[in-house]
Design a binder for this molecule. Sequence first.
Ligand code: DP6
Length: 346
Amino acid sequence: WILMTTAQTPTNIAVIKYWGKRDENLILPINDSISVTLDPEHLCTTTTVAVSPSFDRDRMWLNKKEISLSSDRYQRCLREIRSRANDFEDEKKGIKITKKDWENLHVHIDSYNNFPTAAGLASSAAGFACFVFSLARLMNVKEDLGKLSAIARQGSGSACRSLYGGFVKWNMGKNDDGSDSVAVQLADEKHWDDLVIIIAVVSSRQKETSSTTGMRETVETSKLIQHRAKVFLCPLTCLIHLNISPYRINRVTNKDNRRLVSELHLIFLILILARVQSFRIIGCVEKWNSAEGSPQAAYTFDAGPNAVLIARNRKVAALLLQRLLFHFPPHPDTDLDSYVIGDKSI
Ligand code: DP6
């Protein structure tokens, strides 16, 4: 027999970034973060997991290519899920699996991203969230989403936020074992439902610096990063960043777009992850906002060159896209591949 299940998990875009770890093994952050979960149509991972007594080892395929499951991140997630597996019975199919059986049964995992992997589009967020969620369903794990988020976090920090739709906060937590470092939903996908996110895929090549390395280097070399975590952003981390002053954290989900935009404008730049096109796009949005006299759109980046543009409603999004297509049409000769539109989603 073979038992399988499929799940789909969208990616998320942080409006208050997670940057820096206090524990690299358990993936515990040095600050709270807030993100918006996107529509799965354009930016999601679909994962099918299967179990059968005929499988002789755990195996995984990512975008149709077999990959190794030996990294600590995969192993930790697998172990955590297996240890919470429950009895399962399907009388019709004659399948009966006890809690104990799961320890010796192997799984096959087939995962597919409908967007460029590791190009700064948070593929690890959707990937690990889907990995954990689909395995939890297969193994009849009864834990709530908060507990599952703490497991997904151990695959990739930002993954914990992808288990919920709408606006999601990852509480950094205080405990050494990470038990309180979980994601919670702040507002569901119906909140600010006309918010539109446009991602200018500046380059679909794999990013040169991973978030993990960038964060480590920041924590090791920046005198200001601890200050940022507590009070204000420092201008030295390895990405174009948002303001994350804790006293502002509650305001981000406020529907007042002016506030969101002003949060988003308090950014800082480290050039290695961005490209010329990224800066041109920022310039275009800035110019448009000042010409309109009030903020229409905001921008952010996730450890890569792709500009993530946030429009306050569909009308603004349509106008913005028009401008972008006029000034920066995607072309094989330029660094601009395409535009991906994402709505908030469940
Ligand atoms: C810039 O979650 O990819 O997107 O925990 O090392 O896997 P690891 O890092 P990852 O970092 C995401 C960083 C970010 C900001 C964010 O999503 O909050």
